[in-house]
Design a protein around this ligand. Structure first.
Ligand code: PTJ
Length: 250
């Protein structure tokens, strides 16, 4: 593809799109992932392609919850791997969260490719690829049911970027806390999660890393208060309102 001119009015959006297309060419992203990205772009456009106040609140609560967690895990699909590999590794380092590849469109080859890609970007350990540790969550009715015994199966807090499905409900039934990153505030995942960050993952993850660093000296009591004060339903309603506001402005 031609170089994206920095003068192009949609340069940033085109740069992000290129990352997904490159990920597709490398075999990390499935064709459906390109469509999912397009849906995300539309919601991001409604948001004004910026991190809203509501998203910042959710990011802070998510950072606090990750710092409180005993066994946090970041679940990674093809899109997340293509868009933010370094940031996933950085967040994992800052929080001690383990990284697990978990795919909707299951493929052993793609699992291995994504794991290798994450290692190339600094990950020391990537779960979800060794069949010896593979187990199933019976409540999930897609390939996402296949999880790692050392990872999602044992986790108390799971970060689930970019998905819409039944997995969050299932993880909740298993007693886990879920942090979703999803530009669609109406998705099932967004509604079922404990904390939903309605923002583009490319903006949200660097802010999460900063928030974790900023909160790392807080006491557990202070962190718990941040999590308890966060109301996901109200935050989602405010995110939708911010989108409606943009429509009104025309
Ligand atoms: O790699 P796999 O096999 O696990 O498949 C990954 C996809 C994304 C194809 C799969 O999880 C899927 O089909 O997802 P959905 O159901 O299309 O949901 C994707 C959600 O992510 C939608 O609500 C989008 O609005 C949202 N989304 C897309 N791009 C971004 C995003 N949210 C945040 N940041 C983005 N960049």
């Amino acid at each position: 593809m031609d170089e994206i001119s920095p003068q192009h009015p949609r340069a940033e959006s085109l740069r992000i799109r290129k990352r997904i297309v490159d990920g597709f060419k490398l075999g990390l992203v499935v064709g459906e992932g390109l469509a999912a990205h397009g849906r995300g772009e539309a919601f991001d456009y409604f948001l004004g392609e910026r991190t809203t106040r509501e998203a910042r609140k959710a990011i802070k609560a998510a950072a606090a919850l990750l710092l409180l967690a005993e066994n946090p895990v970041i679940s990674v699909n093809g899109n997340a791997a293509a868009l933010v590999p370094e940031e996933i590794v950085e967040l994992s380092r800052a929080t001690g969260a383990r990284i697990e590849v978990n795919l909707f469109h299951g493929s052993r080859r793609r699992e291995r490719l994504i794991a290798r890609w994450l290692r190339k970007h600094g990950a020391r350990e990537v779960l979800g690829v060794d069949p010896r540790f593979s187990t199933r969550i019976p409540e999930v009715h897609s390939n996402r049911r296949k999880v790692d015994r050392r990872g999602i199966a044992a986790a108390d807090v799971v970060v689930v970027p970019l998905e819409d499905g039944d997995r969050t409900e299932a993880l909740k039934k298993m007693g886990k806390r879920v942090i979703a990153i999803d530009l669609n505030p109406m998705s099932r995942t967004a509604r079922a999660a404990d904390i939903t960050i309605v923002d583009n993952i490319v903006r949200a993850l660097p802010l999460m890393i900063d928030a974790v660093r900023g909160l790392s000296r807080k006491s557990r009591t202070e962190l718990r208060k941040i999590v308890e004060d966060f109301d996901n339903g109200a935050n989602l309603a405010a995110a939708l309102k911010a989108m409606r506001q943009r429509f009104k402005q025309g």
